[in-house]
Write a protein that binds this ligand. Sequence first.
Ligand code: MLT
Ligand code: MN
Ligand code: ZN
Length: 314
Amino acid sequence: MHALVLGSAAGGGFPQWNCNCTLCARARRGDESLSTRTQSSVAVSDDGLSWILLNASPDIAQQVHDNPQLHPRGGGRDTPIRAVILLDAHLDHVAGLLSLREGPPLHLYCTPAVMDDLTHVLRIVPVLRSYCDVQWHPIPVGDGQTDATFAVAGCVDLCFHAIALEGKAPPYSPRRAARGTGDTIALDVVDRRSGRRLFYAPGLARVGPRELGWMRAADCVLADGTFWCEEEMPEAGLSRKTARDMGHLPQRDRLIDGALQRGMMTVLAGLPARHKLLVHINNTNPILDPDSPERRELERHGIEVAHDGMEIVL
Ligand code: MLT
Ligand code: MN
Ligand code: ZN
């Protein structure tokens, strides 16, 4: 199996267009120690030829341009992108669907909750249908159903498991404040030939025993790396929102209602996986700087920071 990191940043990318924080300003000035990053997406493939997008980033056109694996190969109009699986309905994961309108019928895999937001609130799907055929393949997670197994035509050697996560519906969703299942999933992708497993969760609010079980079984974990610490945005004076408000588990351990909760770094450090990578990194996160003490702490725990264009062969 191939996993190609198309975009390793959270919403806004790095640098973010309107952000003049120290890191964004350095990146904008062309500081070579900092890699610029597009917004969150990964592509997977069983043969390196046909690809499935896991989320459709607003930066998809640049991502296709930058990754020859996704270029057209046939005559006329062509694409090796066979389908799109959405893990939630956040703008940084769905806005790129609009840029796929010139292509063949779009095979879209997502839960009913995500489809509901895309159809009735954001209205991306009805708008897209005026340009191209959209075929929805429901992922039956929601209403108490916490996981589902499915296959995707065009990548027959990969088997997909969707796992309901405690996350947050997007800010525009009427379910933002609710705690339903189906708004956010993780994906466990298994190569049927080798049995190798990839776990992908760019939006993960809490790691409980269920999530930990899937993560322990994976050879490669691509996990929510949005924030280093709980109060990162308030401390930088950029927003009042904490990591918890936004549904992201930070890397540092944190206090929740007086109890210590293990952060993503502690969780990842305890996993047997060969590859432990952080994705969906916010532009405020100090781990973006390879010379930061936070980055060294990750390295000591065997955790890497994913970068755009990184390809992992499992
Ligand atoms: C998130 O990951 O929390 C969202 O993408 C935030 C946003 O859409 O701005
Ligand atoms: Mn996001
Ligand atoms: Zn910034």
